[in-house]
Design a protein around this ligand. Structure first.
Ligand SMILES: [Zn+2]
Length: 102
């Protein structure tokens, strides 16, 4: 009974949902296109150590860091990313002179 009612309710708002769905699909498509465009812009190697980056390697894609600034895409391998972050942290710590922040 409950399930039946839910189905009927769904039918009632289906036109609105369809509209919404179409909008979402459009946005998703746009998002995907943007991401794909970005992906094409990706370099083939780490910006710092020139280590090869394999776009088809899911693990690599997940672990490498991509920094997008306006139209520039920077690619960092995990090692260089860690090093860069440590450097940033050191600089920050030096500037703010915070103590006991280990
Ligand atoms: Zn690197």
């Amino acid at each position: 009974m409950r399930l039946d009612r839910q189905i009927r309710k769904k039918k009632k708002v289906s036109s609105l949902k369809k509209k919404l769905k179409r909008k979402q699909e459009k946005e998703a498509k746009k998002d995907l296109q943007e991401k794909a465009g970005l992906f094409n812009k990706l370099g083939e190697e780490c910006l710092v150590c020139q280590k090869d980056f394999d776009k088809k390697n899911k693990e690599m894609v997940m672990s490498w860091s991509v920094i997008v600034k306006e139209d520039t895409v920077r690619l960092y391998c995990p090692e260089c990313w860690d090093r860069a972050n440590n450097l940033i942290k050191e600089i920050k710590d030096g500037y703010t002179n915070t103590k006991d922040d280990v």
